[in-house]
Design a protein around this ligand. Structure first.
Ligand code: SIN
Length: 517
């Protein structure tokens, strides 16, 4: 059912979208997901589908239309403690499950995700706005972590060392699960950020309490439905949902609980710092995957068409809302004009529209605050001398959360975009002359998640990719995410690595046993 429209000045907004902007509560319902068997209005604790203790719910809406997609429990501290308790009780048994059995259950989750991929993609697109082709891609990408970690579960290794002095003694080094892991996941990858964390945690023998973003709880609950079908033991996988107004209470409870031994968070640097400080009270293990401000550097020797393809995918994937999105494009002077004109042609071909429409290459942003931020970045750059080549304004004709694909050029290095992540569909290009100059500009930010380099000079590729203070560098490549590669940042972009052979380490404690016979 479509929601009622509210008129504000000359514009109409659907009631739920309007409520997202103003914070006012509205009650509407939608039939758009009513036939999707993975959709639920309950949270998942201790293998049971439950309401919040006080029965309060909050609304989940489609950022493209404002339609109400459903209501889910608005949980608070007492519900969170219940989930932690269930996870604690289940964890020992899970850790003791023979590796092949544990691995088999994770592989079963992977198979069920494959079987339900279209349903998961539909939920993701409707609640996050992501174009449907990208949601299908995210189901595959996200599921690659369950497959990967199901295998890794069998490869948790230890060491035996000879004693340096005593002939019959040994040093035994074992890896053990850290215990209960709290996973706080973002709205921009509602499925993959759960599987990347939970896949590693479960493989290691941890139980999990997941707190999904308030914008995208339905995907997390759909994953819980799948875990239930896969018959993982009760309490091993829990999902606690809450609205923005309860985030602080739920987050505090997870961070301060003595029974939670690990926190993994993906989200903004500001929130990450806050959670980091809260976790100090119980000296928890912590993984943080925080914001970036990715430089995309194109040298004169680069294959320009390949660089355009890379810039388009790394900038506009998920409508510019990824932590590894290109934020600052630096192009060397000789090819600057050619690059800008080709990029302009490519950006003009993008089509903005609801993600569920398969012809849309860009969806809505997550909310109107995100639209306002992109506009601020455009206006700031223009006020400092940049030119708008394509777009530059919200696409209000589509709804309050859309922004036209945008290209701005001649962006000066004091522009806001050079200090702050835009998290939207704005490509900002700056000209540079020398390698030293561009390395300095690229590294001038406090964050260091991903960076990209385009060049055909091998020596330059080594020099620059090693000099960049970023945890991940794409060389002549705009898409760097893979279950095989360690995902994570340097500086204020975070701590720890996800995916790859290293990702499971974040959920394992190293113990040394001195064996004296
Ligand atoms: C993110 O934006 O945090 C994740 C992006 C990815 O995994 O590619």
């Amino acid at each position: 059912m479509r929601c009622l429209l509210v008129r504000v000045g000359s514009k109409s907004y659907s009631l739920a979208s309007y409520s997202k902007i103003t914070g006012q509560m509205v009650r509407t319902s939608s039939s758009s997901l009513s036939n999707n068997p993975l959709v639920t209005d309950k949270a998942f604790i201790d293998g049971k589908w439950v309401e919040a203790r006080n029965k309060v719910t909050f609304e989940v809406s489609d950022p493209a239309t404002g339609d109400c997609l459903g209501n889910v429990p608005d949980m608070s501290a007492s519900d969170t403690l219940k989930a932690i308790d269930a996870a604690k009780k289940a964890q020992r048994g899970w850790a003791a499950t023979p590796l092949k059995e544990r691995s088999g259950m994770l592989m079963r989750v992977k198979q069920l995700v494959d079987e339900h991929s279209e349903m998961l993609a539909e939920i993701m697109t409707l609640e996050s706005g992501k174009p449907i082709a990208e949601s299908r891609g995210e189901v595959k990408y996200g599921n690659s972590f369950f497959e990967w970690f199901a295998e890794e579960a069998k490869r948790i290794r230890g060491d035996i060392l000879l004693h340096p002095i005593k002939r019959d003694s040994r040093y035994l080094i074992v890896r053990q699960p850290v215990g209960v892991a709290a996973l706080i996941t973002p709205w921009n990858f509602p499925l993959a950020m759960i599987t990347r964390k939970a896949g590693a945690a479960l493989a290691a023998g941890c139980s999990v309490v997941i707190k999904p973003a308030e914008d995208t709880p339905l995907t997390a609950l759909a994953m819980a439905k799948i875990v239930e079908k896969a018959k993982l033991p009760s309490g091993v996988f829990n999902v606690v949902t809450c609205s923005r107004s309860n985030i602080e209470e739920v987050g505090d409870t997870l961070c301060k609980s003595k029974d939670v031994r690990k926190l993994s968070f993906t989200g903004s640097t500001a929130v990450g710092k806050h959670l980091y400080s809260l976790c100090s009270s119980t000296v928890k293990r912590i993984s943080l995957e925080l914001g970036g401000n990715a430089p995309f550097i194109v040298f004169n020797s680069a294959d320009v068409d390949n660089a355009i393809a890379g810039a388009m995918s790394s900038k506009f994937r998920n409508t510019g809302q990824t932590c590894v999105s290109t934020n600052r494009i630096f192009v060397q002077s000789t090819i600057y004009d050619t690059f800008c004109s080709k990029l302009s042609e490519a950006v003009k071909k993008l089509k903005c529209g609801p993600g569920i429409d398969p012809t849309s290459s860009l969806g809505p942003l997550i909310n109107n605050r995100a639209v306002i931020k992109v506009k601020e970045h455009v206006d700031d750059a223009v006020s400092r001398g940049a030119s708008v080549k394509v777009g530059g304004a919200p696409a209000t004709e589509l709804g309050p959360n859309f922004f036209h694909p945008t290209l701005i050029t001649d962006v000066p290095k004091d522009a806001l975009v050079h200090r702050d992540e835009t998290f939207g569909p704005m490509a900002a290009v700056t000209k540079f002359e020398t390698e030293e100059e561009v390395i300095e500009m690229a590294n001038s930010v406090d964050v260091g998640l991903a960076g990209y380099v385009y060049s055909s000079n091998a020596a330059q590729i080594f020099r620059v990719s090693e000099a960049l203070q970023f945890g991940m560098v794409g060389v002549n490549e705009g898409i760097i995410s893979s279950e095989l590669a360690p995902f994570g940042g340097l500086k204020e972009s975070g701590i720890g690595r996800e995916g790859s052979i290293y990702g499971i380490e974040d959920y394992l404690d190293l113990k040394y046993i001195n064996l004296n016979f």
